[in-house]
Design a protein around this ligand. Structure first.
Ligand code: NAP
Length: 328
């Protein structure tokens, strides 16, 4: 049977949970489809569940662990009456209201939910290099999450690929465990912020390989080495390593909405006038619609905006319906 909800939120990172707190406190009894663990980089709570210390979320002068912050946000939403479903949304129908949301097979089942308003907060996921061995050895020496797997590399040699803040954050975290950490970057200039670069260059366990790309990830049952190519000279070399951490950015989780919501060239949901999407009654917040700031605090802020936009929109629809009924 299809359950009706006034507000349904897909995603449980800082954006989804903040939207849940605000809509719950507005008495809209939201349901959050929070996702489920399906890979090392995909789980309820979003990317902060894969992070160590968050130093820039206001209110935590000593920093806070990512999972601790997300657990607290979830508890806060629950306290005001938000409900959670640990499942993945498998399909949506945004062609008419109430919107249909499935968690099972759309071809054989009715929608699990009908929602008057939908808040999309599905975030973004880690990009991969796209090499055969990388997928095969994920969890066997290859990782996208230093927080999850760093512990396994105590006194081992690891390589981090990427030149952004994520790569340096992963590298610095890994330097607490590993005997050596090499950051391998395809250019000779880091993309990371100045403060992260300064910290990384001061870290004596970190070294840098510039102008290098990974050609092959080698190993049968577990990672043994990687083959890298110098992009300036064209020469290849094999580097023995115990761990390979891929930290080259993220891609928005928008497959579910393909062909139904307007997206930009990179696949991020386009929002206008705050968090309104191209479909009336559908709102988007957090990394799924933000490739500029991509911070926990900006995601949380846009989650708050989405909740307020949703509440106002529901109210206006209700007023219009009441006015139409009065006129009839
Ligand atoms: P990013 O800034 O897009 O950096 C991705 C890095 O990976 C770039 O250096 C890029 O190289 C490299 N790269 C991309 N594709 C590659 C490929 N196929 N092969 C090899 N290298 C590749 O992504 P991010 O580091 O995940 O950061 C995303 C956003 O989150 C940024 O705004 C960042 O500031 C923020 N962030 C902040 C913190 C923090 O403040 N603590 C932590 C993490 C992230 P090029 O430089 O050559 O393009």
């Amino acid at each position: 049977m299809t359950e009706h909800r006034r507000v349904l939120i897909i995603g449980s990172g800082p954006a989804g949970l903040t939207a849940a707190i605000y809509t719950a406190r507005a008495d809209l009894a939201p349901l959050v489809i929070e996702g489920e663990i399906s890979s090392t980089s995909d789980q309820p709570g979003g990317q902060l569940m894969l992070t160590t210390e968050v130093e820039n979320f206001p209110g935590f002068p000593q920093g806070v662990m990512g999972p601790e912050l997300m657990t607290a946000m979830r508890a806060q939403a629950e306290r005001f009456g938000a409900a959670f479903l640990t499942a993945k949304a498998s399909a949506v129908d945004l062609s008419e209201r109430p919107f249909g949301i499935w968690t099972g097979d759309r071809s054989t089942e009715p929608p699990a939910f009908h929602a008057d308003a939908l808040i999309v907060a599905t975030g973004a996921r880690s990009l991969m290099l796209g090499l055969d061995g990388e997928r095969r050895l994920l969890g066997h020496g290859v990782s996208t999450c230093a927080t999850c797997d760093g512990f396994f590399f105590r006194d081992r040699k690891v390589i981090v690929v990427g030149g952004g803040d994520s790569a340096l954050e992963e590298a610095m975290f890994l330097s607490k465990f590993a005997s050596s950490v090499t950051v391998l970057h395809r250019r000779h200039e880091l993309r990371a912020s100045k403060i992260m670069q300064d910290r990384a260059f001061r870290n004596t366990k970190l070294s840098f390989r510039w102008n290098c790309v990974v050609e092959e990830v080698l190993g049968d049952d577990s990672l043994q080495a990687i083959s890298v190519r110098d992009v300036l000279t064209g020469t290849s070399e094999t580097l023995d390593t115990d761990g390979l951490f891929v930290a080259i950015g993220h891609v928005p989780n928008t497959d579910l909405f393909a062909g139904q919501l307007e997206m930009d060239a990179a696949g991020y949901v386009v929002t206008r006038s705050g968090t309104h999407t191209s479909v009336e009654g559908v709102f988007a917040c957090g990394d799924v619609q933000d490739h500029v700031y991509r911070q926990a605090i900006t995601a949380a802020g846009s989650g708050c905006s989405a909740a307020i936009d949703t509440e106002r929109w529901l109210e206006s629809v209700q007023h219009q319906a009441a006015a139409a009924a009065g006129a009839a």
